[in-house]
Design a protein around this ligand. Structure first.
Ligand code: WTA
Length: 647
């Protein structure tokens, strides 16, 4: 092995794991040599109503872009996540819900999950929801969020979950884009002891969405809420009036399952569309092998269901496997910095999956809060959402895992549906900071900027050469944008937007986004979105936003703002602009640093030279590279002189 730190596979782990090292290479080989045969076999891991006879029909070509898997089969995703387990697991806990308040908890068995999802489905039906309709879900981390998702799947409706931290405007845009007429929300959410006014936000959003005719409101806190008779209904009242049985709808494998909005380098967030069959095969399979899930394990993914990680690895993957999945309402530092590990001890968590940003934040508080807890049930740790720096990796491994639990650094995206590059705990020696090797059926390729395929140890743009069942199918309502975003840059390949390095051992090291997407605490933000929020403010003439290295968040948001003539750059205005962006998009988009820019560096044709802005934001202003194409080189000196990021 080439790198200095290599953590070998544990013998005990290799023995009990689903896949060992030899097994990995054999199966991988087969999966890429004969994808049809491989997936024909593994597609059977879920239950089909009408079994598929066709496995794969894919073209990444401009003229005929389409992605289909198992496309003559029919199934119901919710029945796969619930009903098929009932004979064996009716009394097994499906969801452990841990409240924000450590004294609140609920265990939901598969039997109870069945009843709850059926009731929710019937409530949606009573609101007129039919197969193919889009239902927007704007919820806190409570079991009803999962019930609502599964209820949609049960009746063939398409859910669009909007993260509860998004603003009314962001919610409105997403409701409008997918034309949904039904919204599921809660009175308020609870995070770190603070209330999140979800219903009030929804009311605000709906002023812009006259087509929404029903709002189903789950009572979480009992706080006072506004009410519009005829439109708003309490979930608990509606649920008591409907039957506890709802037959699952028979859906084609390629019928849409959900839309999830995600930020790209340009324009508005895109509605990433996933269909049911391939997605469920892929998420359940990766959940089993990457986390080495065995019957009886307690599995906890700390993500929010508002992100893809919550969709694939809190709800669909684990439940399709009949797992016990833990859902946490709170935050890592409430009531105190030991919370994650207290929850691990309380519920005897075996598999723990979180984001590097959480690890870095906890690391800052030292080992004390971790070492107060036992964590002896832990067997495997996981990481997702952004590159994990080796220092944080090693801390996670040593301090949290006591050097007993392998770490799976899982690289994937909203678009990929499930994990594409990751170690398997019984099969892969680990290197801190590397996502290591591709999952079965995944063919990563590195290409240079001209699209030339690079071989051996090298660095380049990360593409995937062929489809896998969990791949997104289109951008909702804009198939052309699907092509333009992912298949136009390097024809014939899916372009991820990430850069990566491959070492002598064939291990992948993700280096981060190569486009105008920034990754703030594992959340994707498009620089264009933050810019358009800023310029929507009356005092802002122009804005350019870039990412810069941030100790905890991975990347922070750095905004260069040119004010309209006559406006004074004051501290108060700076604060106002931060609040403004929070209101326009949500707290996750708040600029960390705002620099007043009398002018922005532009080419003579008027294009902003972001490369220069990124360098100054990173405090690397001495190596700006070629600035000869600048229309007015003078602006750069001013930007350097007044730069905000001075460690
Ligand atoms: C980044 C989250 C390095 C990457 C599942 C990707 C990662 C984007 C990793 C997708 C990882 C995710 N190592 N980078 N293990 N996981 N990323 O759509 O830049 O919210 O393109 O999906 O996060 O973010 P998304």
């Amino acid at each position: 092995m080439s790198e200095t730190t290599v953590i070998p596979i544990r013998d005990d782990r290799a023995k009990s794991a689903w896949i060992d090292e030899k097994g990995y290479f054999e199966l991988y080989e087969r999966s890429v040599k004969d994808p049809e045969g491989f997936w024909a076999e593994h597609g059977k891991r879920i239950d089909w109503i009408k079994p598929y006879t066709k496995v794969k029909d894919v073209s990444f070509d401009k003229k005929d872009l389409h992605i289909k898997w198992f496309h003559d089969g029919t199934l119901n995703v919710a029945a796969n996540c619930i009903d098929r387990h009932l004979a064996k697991r009716r009394d097994q806990v499906a969801i452990i819900w841990e409240g924000d308040d450590p004294n609140e908890q609920k265990n939901i068995t598969y039997g109870e999950l069945h009843e709850q999802v059926c009731r929710f489905a019937n409530v949606l039906k009573a609101q007129g929801v039919q197969k193919g309709d889009r239902v927007t879900i704007y919820m806190p981390m409570i079991p009803e969020a999962a019930y609502a998702m599964l209820a949609c799947a049960r009746i063939g409706a398409v859910h669009s979950v909007v993260f509860g931290g998004f603003s009314p405007d962001a919610l409105a845009g997403r409701i409008e884009d997918c034309d949904s007429t039904v919204l599921v929300t809660a009175d308020e959410g609870l995070r770190g002891g603070r209330k999140v006014p979800l219903k009030a936000n929804a009311d605000e959003a709906l002023k812009k969405c006259p087509k929404v005719t029903s709002v189903v409101v789950v009572k979480r806190t009992g706080g006072a809420v506004g009410w519009q008779d005829g439109r708003d209904i309490w979930y608990h009242e509606a649920a008591s009036k409907v039957s506890a049985d709802c037959p699952p709808a028979e859906m084609n494998a390629e019928d849409p399952l959900f839309i999830l909005y995600t930020s790209g380098s340009t324009g508005k967030p895109k509605g990433v569309l996933h269909s049911g069959g391939g997605y469920l095969v892929y998420t359940s399979m990766t959940h089993q092998y990457v986390f080495d899930y065995h019957d009886g394990d307690i599995y906890w993914c700390t993500a929010d269901v508002g992100w893809v990680t919550g969709h694939s690895y809190i709800v669909y993957g684990p439940l399709a496997n009949g797992a016990t999945t833990l859902m946490f309402e709170g935050v890592p530092n409430y009531p105190d910095g030991s919370r994650f590990w207290q929850v691990c001890d309380k519920h005897k968590v075996n598999i723990f999956y979180t984001a590097p940003t959480a690890i870095r934040a906890l690391m800052r508080d030292g080992e004390g809060p971790v070492k107060k807890t036992k964590r002896d049930s832990l067997r495997l740790l996981g990481s997702v959402g952004e590159p994990i720096n080796p220092e944080a990796w090693l801390w996670y491994y040593r301090v949290v895992g006591d050097e007993k639990s392998p770490i799976v650094d899982t690289w994937w995206q909203t678009e990929t549906g499930g994990i594409l590059i990751s170690p398997l705990p019984g099969a892969t020696p680990l290197k801190p900071g590397s996502a290591t090797r591709p999952f079965f059926g995944v063919k990563p390729e590195l290409v240079d900027n001209d699209g030339k395929k690079l071989e051996g140890a090298t660095e380049g743009n990360l593409c995937i050469a062929d489809s896998w069942p969990g791949q997104m199918r289109t951008v909702y309502g804009d198939h052309q944008r699907f092509f333009d975003t992912y298949f136009a840059t390097f024809p014939g390949k899916y372009f991820t937007g990430d850069g990566a390095r491959r070492d002598e051992d064939g291990y992948y090291w993700i280096t981060g986004r190569v486009d105008d997407v920034i990754n703030v605490s594992g959340h994707r933000m498009g620089t264009a979105e933050v810019e358009s929020a800023l310029v929507a403010h009356a005092k802002v003439a122009e804005a350019a936003v870039v990412g810069y290295p941030h100790d905890i968040k991975g990347q922070g948001i750095y905004a260069y703002v040119t004010l309209t003539a006559g406006e004074e750059p004051t501290e108060a205005l700076r604060k106002e602009l931060v609040q403004w962006v929070r209101k326009e998009i949500g707290p996750i988009a708040s600029p960390d640093l705002i620099q007043w820019a009398p002018g922005l560096p532009k080419t003579r044709s008027g294009k902003i030279m972001r490369r220069i802005l990124r360098k100054i934001a990173a405090n690397e202003y001495e190596a700006l590279g070629d600035t000869s194409t600048l229309a007015d080189p003078g602006v750069v000196d001013d930007l350097i002189e007044n730069r905000m990021n001075r460690p």
